[in-house]
Design a protein around this ligand. Structure first.
Ligand code: ATP
Ligand code: MG
Length: 267
């Protein structure tokens, strides 16, 4: 095994009752690499992240983090080195942002000085320093997402899982987060994100897996002006590749298309 690989799954599978959410997914992410899971809604991205981060016990297959199996015997020890932003943010709504981050830092054993410094820097960098006396329950959707992002990285984890980190985030903050993720990766961490923001994926990630119906339909390097190969054809962008593999559908809207075709106006 390559010792640079710090996130690895082999034959990862998960069923929710009758629903096969993941089927035999293999994946390896090296130190310094940011890998994206992309794919249509319901493809299994969040399930994969939850299984890899130890939030969900997979029905089959293995997950190895930092070259060690993620199982009950060493899950706690490994989780200390993992930072996760799950799909369901589940924040403690009665707290203020600085309280939640301080609590998170305490759970991971950070000392008081380090905690204060990181809470201050993260809140300021994410434009959350002036949230005054607003509790998390009164935050906007994007503000909550930013707090969850800060909570995922405050303990300086070696392995980071971020489920839809750019969703609901304004473009300036997305740019700042992309920059921060690149710095974290350069420092030798392994990062997996899920995202529907293919432009961000192509900007910040080194590689991606396209999941369709729980299986990997395409995997390859991303970034820059590169083109993408699939089925013997070359695609100019991640978006055209996605549309080809995940299918572009032509839908007939009975209540709309006739009016458009005949130029009828709404009354
Ligand atoms: N708790 C659950 N109980 C039952 N089925 C579930 C549960 N969570 C997910 N699923 C099913 O598993 C499949 C994969 O879901 P998942 O949330 O992993 O998709 P996703 O790729 O993250 O989608 P999205 O892009 O919408 O976030 C879907 O068919 C979904 O309905
Ligand atoms: Mg999801």
């Amino acid at each position: 095994m390559n010792s640079d690989v710090i996130i690895e799954c082999c034959g990862l599978s998960h069923c929710f009752g009758e629903v096969k959410a993941l089927e035999s997914v293999d994946l390896a992410v090296r130190r310094g690499e940011i890998h994206a899971l992309i794919g249509p809604n319901g493809a299994g991205k969040s399930t994969a992240v939850a299984c890899m981060a130890g939030l969900l016990s997979p029905s089959g297959g293995q997950v190895r983090i930092l070259n060690r199996p993620m199982n009950d015997a060493n899950a706690i020890e490994l989780k200390r080195r993992i930072g996760t932003m799950p799909e369901d943010l589940a924040l403690f709504d009665q707290l203020y942002a600085h309280e939640l981050l301080t609590l998170q830092a305490g759970l991971f054993g950070l000392d008081r000085h380090t905690t204060e410094l990181r809470v201050r820097e993260l809140l300021s960098g994410l434009e959350l320093a002036d949230t005054g006396r607003r509790r998390l329950r009164d935050f906007s959707t994007g503000m909550r997402k930013k707090v969850a992002f800060a909570a995922a990285i405050i303990h300086n984890p070696t392995v980071i899982f971020l489920d839809e980190p750019f969703e609901s985030i304004d473009p300036a903050t997305v740019a700042m987060m992309r920059n921060l993720l690149s710095k974290l990766a350069t420092g030798g961490r392994g990062i997996i994100i899920t995202s529907h923001d293919l432009a961000s994926v192509n900007t910040v990630c080194h590689s991606a897996s396209l999941l369709v119906s729980g299986s990997v339909a395409w995997r390859g390097e991303v970034g820059g002006d590169r083109t993408f190969l699939w089925g013997g054809r070359e695609y100019a962008s991640l978006e055209t590749l996605f549309l080809e593999i995940a299918g572009t559908r032509s839908v007939h809207w009975s209540w709309l298309d006739e009016r458009v075709a005949t130029g009828q106006q709404w009354r």
